[in-house]
Design a protein around this ligand. Structure first.
Ligand code: GLN
Length: 241
């Protein structure tokens, strides 16, 4: 069976585990869901979820466990989903980082703003229109908690294309000064700060927390669209064992 790992150093990893385990019987492939805390745990995985929490804490714990470089290598070849803090860690760069900067894992061609909604609106919920999910007419409730905002998309020529999956209505956009300045004058549809979920290659970015809802459609999307297709073309996967 294939192994989906959840990085379990800090944050909302149990919620992802519960949701994936509940989803498992409805998938046409057998999956096992493993918590990842060591290099050995990571090596057994075919895909990984990096949960929300506190990106600086997760990075610090990863560093102490010797996981930073193994995670970076893993992201280069395997499907990975970063939600909230996980999405920050998978960004190419981050602004508004903790003093002294923070270690990132990379993998996604974006710059994010940590705590993009500032201290005025720290947390909020908003219904998102997500046409790539099953039941596309049913909005997905986005739970944003001190969420990162996308500041810019910086695609290098060799990078896989980036496909936007969900945008926020403009009236809910972050009002952080750096975000406004960078993106001033852009039409909504071209404004990277409206982007709250995207897919790039086998990677998934959500700035919100699908694992804190009862709606498992993002988990289903990750397995069906990112994980399974990559395993079919990757002969070293555990699925074929
Ligand atoms: N603000 C947090 C960070 O910087 C992310 C918050 C979250 O994951 N809910 O890591």
């Amino acid at each position: 069976s294939m192994v989906i790992g959840i990085l379990a150093l800090q944050g909302a990893f149990v919620e992802h585990q519960v949701m994936l385990q509940k989803l498992a019987p409805s998938l046409h492939v057998e999956i096992s869901v493993n918590l990842v805390r060591s290099i050995q745990d990571l090596q057994a995985c075919d895909a990984l979820v990096i949960p929300g929490g506190e990106s600086t804490t997760i990075a610090l714990l990863a560093k102490h466990s010797g996981l930073l470089d193994p995670l970076r290598d893993f992201i280069k070849t395997k499907p990975v989903w970063g939600s909230c803090a996980g999405a920050i860690l998978m960004s190419r760069s981050v602004t508004n980082a903790k003093q002294g900067g923070q270690d990132l894992l990379g993998g996604l061609s974006v710059t994010t703003v940590r705590n993009g909604w500032g201290s005025q609106i720290e947390s909020f919920e908003a219904p998102l229109v997500v046409t790539s999910l099953s039941q596309p007419d049913r909005p997905f409730q986005g739970v944003f908690i001190r969420a990162p905002a996308v500041l810019s998309i910086d695609l290098a020529p060799e990078d896989p294309p980036l496909r936007v999956i969900a945008r926020l209505p403009v009236d809910l956009l972050p009002n952080t000064q750096s975000v406004i300045q960078e993106n001033q004058g852009l039409a909504d549809h071209f404004n990277p700060q409206t982007v709250v979920a995207f897919r790039q290659g086998n990677h998934l970015f959500t700035s919100f927390h699908p694992e804190l809802t009862k709606d498992d459609r993002f988990h289903d999307y990750f397995v069906q669209e990112c994980v399974i297709p990559s395993l079919i073309t990757n002969p070293s996967s555990n699925m074929l064992k």
